[in-house]
Write a protein that binds this ligand. Structure first.
Ligand SMILES: [Zn+2]
Length: 508
């Protein structure tokens, strides 16, 4: 070999060039394969595909009319009855109508959300059609509540168990001029709870809870959503799900397609001022949107750390994409499956406040999005778990001392406050008289209970929560489910402790 090479130096050069070319090609191919496999989000997709099987399909075609602050929607839902009773109506939640009047609006009178005073929002239905046994006909609709958030479609013949119906709603959503999860401000549209969703059926009846000024509106069962959204030229769209299509028409309008399997509802922000930063971490596409790229990067970093921490503690993040979006809001954040909205004012404030707010909202991906709970009857079940998760994040990221300091200042301090109202930490939403009481009891004392449970298990509550996640993923857990699971997993009887914290008045 040596001799031959000495005799023909040009061959050596050729061999070296060929080897280098082959190596470069192989490296490129490997990179392409790796990027493709990462983009496919293999783990999340497998879990998600299984979860999505057999769920109801909701296909939404929407077009934003930015000038008139409204959105025209055509929404087709393929719904299969999975309950034993036959039903003589199909019921949907049309949450934007809560904003029609000051006395039903959850935010009227709140100056940080409505700095310009009351502004109405609504969802106006123009037509409803029903496809049944291959026949399509228009049907009438009525509202079951004063606020018009409970839309009922009476049926001529009852909806039988296992029967599939297809309902198409045509409607227009009008955004109120407010800084909230549903509203518009300057050029940005926050379209949280903007679309009609199937009402939750429970214990032989549809739930008709109002959107109260305290806490979150009740969410429903998981369904497979697909959104085709047309927006004016240059508008970004940050929402629930993974973007699977983006096209532009000749007049410049853009059409986004978002696919969101196994989600309870959709959150969406549409704006021409948002900049995006994104990266793939452990097969999940993380995206952050903010008016400045540097801020998008800050949001992305916290979201990445929180998502890694909670994936390790409670089980993998289930969706293919996680989106954090800054938006003009008078509340610090709002959670949706696969996306969170963060108040843009946090970006110019204290870094820790921003970090903790993003971490809390990210924890909702486990406690609300993945493991559903009844936010009207048991608001502590998602909020206190998110606050406890924040402590776990601080412990994992900054150490035990930092965790203990935050526990004392943010959680245990609530045990020394006197609350005048009738509510206890385990009370339903309508028991809370003020937002301050709600914060002290649900975010404070109910979290203190979780800390006491964690102390009792020698710091191993996260093992029980991991099991809880596994058992109730994509379902809705009750307080009884939680208690039973924690008792079984820890081998301890937690019920007396839970009654002590959740159902007992504390007199200071
Ligand atoms: Zn929360």
């Amino acid at each position: 070999m040596m001799n031959r090479l000495r005799k023909r130096p040009w061959q050596l050069l050729l061999a070296m060039i060929s080897t280098a070319l082959v190596l470069a090609t192989v490296i490129c191919l490997i990179r392409v394969v790796v990027i493709a496999r990462r983009t496919d989000a293999p783990k999340a997709t497998a879990v998600l595909q299984q979860a999505a099987q057999g769920l109801d399909q909701i296909v939404i075609d929407a077009e934003l009319d930015a000038q008139n602050r409204c959105m025209k929607v055509s929404q087709t839902m393929t719904l299969t009855s999975r309950v034993a009773q036959s039903r003589d109506e199909v019921v949907f939640r049309t949450w934007p109508n809560a904003f029609q009047k000051p006395d039903t609006s959850p935010v009227a009178g709140d100056e940080s959300i409505c700095p310009d005073g009351f502004s109405a929002g609504s969802l106006v239905v123009s037509s409803v059609s029903l496809e049944r046994n291959g026949q399509v006909h228009s049907i009438s609709h009525r509202y079951l509540d004063e606020a018009k958030t409970v839309l009922s479609l009476p049926l001529d013949t009852p909806w039988q168990p296992e029967e599939t119906l297809q309902v198409t709603l045509q409607y227009t959503v009008y955004f109120p001029h407010i800084q909230y999860r549903f509203g518009w401000w300057e050029d940005t549209f926050m379209a949280g709870h903007a679309f009609a969703t199937p009402a939750l059926w429970q214990d032989g009846a549809y739930r008709t809870d109002a959107w109260l000024p305290i806490g979150d509106p009740l969410s429903g069962e998981c369904a497979n959503y697909q959104l085709h959204l047309t927006v004016p030229k240059g508008y970004a769209c940050a929402g629930t799900g993974s973007m699977t299509g983006l096209t532009q028409s000749d007049d410049g309008r853009m059409q986004y397609t978002l696919e969101a399997p196994a989600v309870r509802e959709m959150g969406l922000v549409i704006s021409p001022i948002l900049r995006k930063e994104a990266r793939i971490v452990d097969g999940v596409l993380l995206q952050a949107y903010a008016p400045k790229v540097t801020d998008a990067n800050r949001l992305l970093k916290v979201a990445e750390d929180a998502l890694s921490c909670f994936s390790a503690a409670y089980g993998p993040y289930p969706y293919g994409t996680f989106t954090v979006c800054a938006a003009p809001m008078g509340v610090s954040g709002a959670e949706y499956p696969g996306m969170v909205m963060m108040a843009d004012s946090l970006l110019s404030g204290d870094a820790k406040t921003l970090e903790y707010a993003v971490v809390h909202e990210t924890a909702h991906q486990w406690w609300y999005a993945l493991v559903g709970s009844d936010s009207s009857t048991y608001p502590w079940m998602d909020e206190a778990l998110c606050e406890f998760s924040l402590l776990e994040y601080v412990g994992a990221t900054y150490g035990k001392v930092a965790r203990e300091e935050l526990r004392q200042s943010r959680v245990e301090s609530s045990m020394r406050v006197t609350v005048a109202g009738q509510a206890t930490p385990g009370a339903p939403l309508d028991y809370f008289e003020t937002n301050t009481d709600y914060m002290v009891l649900v975010y404070g004392r109910a979290t203190s209970m979780l800390c006491a449970m964690d102390d009792w298990t020698g710091g191993k509550l996260h093992d029980a929560l991991r099991q809880y996640t596994q058992n109730y993923a994509f379902a809705i857990a009750t307080r009884e489910d939680f208690t039973r699971l924690v008792n079984e997993t820890t081998g301890l009887d937690m019920e007396p402790l839970m009654i002590d914290y959740l159902d007992t008045y504390l007199i200071n």
